[in-house]
Design a protein around this ligand. Sequence first.
Ligand code: HEM
Length: 486
Amino acid sequence: MLSLLLVGILTALVLLLFLSSWKRKNLPPGPVPWPLIGNLHQMDKSAPYKTLMELGEKYGGVFTIYFGPLPVVVLYGYDTLKDALIGQAEDFSGRAILPVLERIAHKEGLALSNVLHWKEQRKFTLTALRDFGMGKKSIEMRIAEEAKFLVEFFQKKQGKPFNPGIQIAAAVSNVICSILLGDRFDLENPTFQTLLKMVNENIMFHVKPGFKFYNTYPYIMRWLPGEHNKIFENARVLQAFLKGLVMDHIASRDPKCPRDFIDSFLNKIDENVNNSNSTFTMDNLVYKIYNLFMAGTETTASSIRWALKFMLIYPEIQEKVQKEIDSVLGPGKCPSMEDHARLPYTNAVLHEVQRFASFGSMGIPHAPLHDISFRGYTIPKGTQVITFLHSSLYDKRYWKDSDHFNPNRFLDENGKFKKNDAHIPFGAGKRVCVGESLARMEIFIFFITLLQKFTLEIPAGESVGFDFISGGVFSKPFHICAVERV
Ligand code: HEM
C-alpha cells in the first residue's frame, strides 16, 4: 500500500515537472522549479538580491525564476535593462498587479495602474506636481525651510546620541505633504510619527519573504496570521487619515483657486462628472495621494539616512564634503540647486550613496500588457518582470570594484562630476520615478544643510556598519552625535 502511494506521489511530481518544463519552453532560461514552490526555497530569505545576482551571473541578462507556480522574468545588468526599458519601452510599460498591492490599492493610484488609466493619471500627476512646486524655486525654499526645522531638532540634542530616523522621515514627508495637502506637521507630532512608522513598516514589507508568499499564495495567506495583516491594517489607517484630509479640502475649497494637488484633482472630478469612464474619482484620489505619500516619504528619507550613515563610517569623506561646502557656501548660505555644479565632490558622494545603498533595488515589478518578444524569448502577457536595478548599480562592466564605496568614480581627472549611464536608482523608460527631480533636490539640500551645521560622529561605545537588512535595501536604525560646527 505504502509503495503504491510512493509511486503515485513520484508520478505526480514527474508529471508536474514535465508540465512546468513544457510551460517554460519559450521563456528565458533559469533554475528548474520545484512543483508548487517553484524556486522560492532557493531565494536568500534576508537578501534575495544576492540570489538574483548569482543567477544573473549563471544565466545571463534575462532569466526566469518561479515564485510558486508563477514564472517571474528577471532583467539583469544595465545593457538588458536599457534594451528592455528604453529599447522596447512600450512593451515593458505595464505594471504587474500583485495581490498585496491589489488588496491595498485596488489597482488604483499611479504606481499600480495600467493602460489608458495610467497614461492619463501619470500626465495629470506630473503636471500637478510641477504646478505645486516640483522642479521649481518655490519647492526649493520649502525644502530649505524643512531642513532648518531638522537643524533645530538636531541642535536640541546638544551633541548627545540620538536616532534621527523618524525626524528625517517627517521632514521629507512634509515636503510631499505641502504639495499634496498644502500643509505640514510638526516634526515631533506623535500622530504624524505613528503614521510615518506605518509607512516605514509597509515599505519594508515589500522586500520581506511574507510579501512574496502572499503574492504567490494569496488565497491561502489571506486566512493565515502574519505580518501581512498588520500591513493591510496600516494601509487602512493611512487611507482613512488621508480621506479625512480630502473631506476637509472639499469643505473649504474654492475651485477657482486650487491650493494643492488634492484641490486640482477635485477640479478634475468636477470636469468629468458626466463621463462614466473617467479615472478621476474619489477612490482614485485617495489611493493616489496614499501612493505619493508612501513613495515620496520613505524612499527619500532612507537615502538621506544612508548618506548620514556613510559619513559616520567614512569621517575622512565627511571632512572633504564639509571643506567643499565651506568653500562654496560658507557657514550661512542656504544650498540651492544652482550650487550643484560648484559642489562636484558632494554630488559625487550622494550619487555613490544611492548606488551603493541600492535603495529600491528590485524596482516595482512590471508586466507586459500583451505577449512580447525579447532577445528571442516570449514573455507572455501578465508575467511579472523584475527590473533588477541593483544589477545595474553593481554591474561590473560599468563599475570598477563595484563592491567598494568610492565617490571618486563619479569625478573626472579635473575633479568635475562625471555621469555613468548605469546609475539608474530611479528606474528608466516610461515608468521611471515621477518624483526623481524632487527626490534629488531634497537629498541634496537636506544633506548639505546638515553637514554645513554639524559634524556627525558615532556615539562612544557604539559601532555603525553597512548592516543591510530586509533584502539589502534598508539600513538598520543607528545613533549619531551631531556636534555643532563653530
Ligand atoms: C530617493 C528617492 C526615490 C527613489 C530611489 C525612487 C525610486 C523609484 C523606482 C525604482 C520606481 C519604479 C520605476 C519602474 O517601475 O521602472 C519609482 C516609481 C515611482 N515613484 Fe519613486 N523614487 C524615489 C522618490 C519618489 C518621490 C519623492 C515620489 C513622489 C513624488 C515618487 C513617486 C513615484 C511614483 C508615483 C512611482 C510610480 C510611477 C509609475 O508607475 O508610473 N518617488 N520610484
